[in-house]
Ligand binder design. Structure first.
Ligand code: NAD
Ligand code: TDX
Length: 337
């Protein structure tokens, strides 16, 4: 019968989380608190919009008063904090919004939660990018020192530090998760996998940064949502948990897999200028969450990527609306043919 507030619930992972959560916890209520930036889309939540256990509040996490009011009026006892600026390339061309939302926004949220007194769990969703870049071997563990390389990862590392300090200083029941790259339905088409699917479907070039050999550890979004649910209910306050798919792939292999699933030619691949400060390799050691909370991914990459490609084929209207609207200008400057 708990009420949880999900920040950033209209984004990629947040909306997948809410859809799954309401199904798994039919007695709980979810308040989705989201500013609806370019990345927020209420169409992701069409299936639950009339659910009496779902409420939407349009609000910025930097607005401490509205956050406080939302927590009090809805009798919220748990917060799952997804809201962020999330795209590394945008953080390179315009870092301001990243500092504002990811650092100041997290701070305002922590302050509102601290003043509220009824918050039993505060789960901060973060990224493996806080650990920087790996060489050819090794894995990120929860003990790996932070070494962020982009304004995005630096802003997330800062927010992780703030969250940590609220546990030690104020004994707030916070938990942090650091997850690897997600993919799946509702992934905004500026990120690698959805961008490649959509460009291939439109017979446009597929821009691969640098030599295409950067490695990411890919996790199907539903597996990430399951992990967050488990940490929220069973994790130990003050702890951080690394979440990963044990599924390292070079970007070029991801792109070739997408082309193959769509029956398109590899001639569409175009190597372009590298991302500045491009991290070479991410790989997560997820043994802590596996050992202590019993979580492990359910999806193989083969199944997850097939479901993802099928989802974009079946949901053309969702992404066509995005790339034909306000987002078009950004898309065209980034991926000009
Ligand atoms: P996203 O960009 O798809 O969604 C972000 C959401 O936050 C949007 O709905 C947006 O409207 C909202 N938002 C942005 N600024 C806001 C503000 N100031 N106030 C309120 N709402 C605001 O992001 P995502 O990919 O779903 O990522 C969600 C979280 O997970 C982020 O914190 C990100 O750092 C983290 N994460 C993402 C990945 C990944 O692969 N996508 C991996 C690890 C961690
Ligand atoms: O057009 C592209 N071409 C390309 O080669 C794009 C958009 C990306 N890339 C490369 C860069 C990365 O090596 O693909 C890889 C993945 O890029 P993104 O999809 O932009 O993700 P990444 O930078 O790895 O960050 C993602 O995972 C960690 C999320 O956007 C973050 O929010 C999350 O924290």
């Amino acid at each position: 019968m708990a009420t949880i507030m999900v920040t950033g619930g209209a984004g990629f992972i947040g909306s997948n989380f809410i859809l799954r959560y309401l199904g798994e916890h039919p007695d709980d209520t979810v308040v989705n608190y989201d500013a609806l930036t370019y990345a927020g889309n209420l169409e992701n939540l069409a299936a639950v919009k009339d659910d009496p256990h779902y409420r939407f509040v349009k609000g910025d996490i930097c607005d401490g008063q509205l956050v406080s009011r939302t927590l009090a009026e809805n009798d919220v006892s748990m917060i799952v904090h997804f809201a962020a600026e999330s795209h590394v390339d945008r953080s390179i061309t315009g870092p301001d919004a990243f500092i504002k939302t990811n650092i100041e926004g997290t701070f305002r949220l922590l302050e509102a939660a601290r003043a509220n007194k009824k918050i039993e769990r505060f789960l901060h969703v973060s990224t493996d990018e806080v650990y920087g870049s790996l060489g050819a071997t090794g894995y990120f563990t929860e003990e790996t020192p932070f070494a962020p390389n982009s304004p995005y990862s630096a802003s997330k590392a800062s927010s992780d530090m703030l969250v940590r300090s609220y546990f030690h200083t104020y004994h707030m029941p916070v938990l942090t998760t650091n997850c690897s790259n997600n993919y799946g339905p509702y992934h905004f088409p500026e990120k690698l996998i959805p961008l490649m699917i959509i460009n291939a479907l439109s017979n446009k070039k597929l821009p691969v940064y640098g030599d295409g050999k950067n490695v990411r550890d890919w996790l199907y979004v539903r597996d990430h949502c399951t992990a967050i649910d488990i940490v929220l209910h069973k994790g130990t306050p003050g702890e951080t948990y690394n979440i990963g798919g044990n599924n390292e792939k070079m970007n070029i292999d991801i792109v070739k897999t997408v082309l193959k699933l769509l029956g398109k030619s590899e001639d569409l691949i175009e190597y372009v200028k590298d991302r500045p400060g491009h991290d070479r390799r991410y790989a997560i050691d997820a043994s802590k969450i596996q050992r202590t909370l019993g979580w492990s991914p359910a999806y193989t990459f083969e199944r997850g990527i097939k479901e993802t490609v099928d989802w974009y084929l079946a949901n053309r209207a969702w992404w066509e609306k995005i790339i034909s609207g306000d987002y078009r200008r950004y898309y065209e400057t980034q991926y000009k043919q």
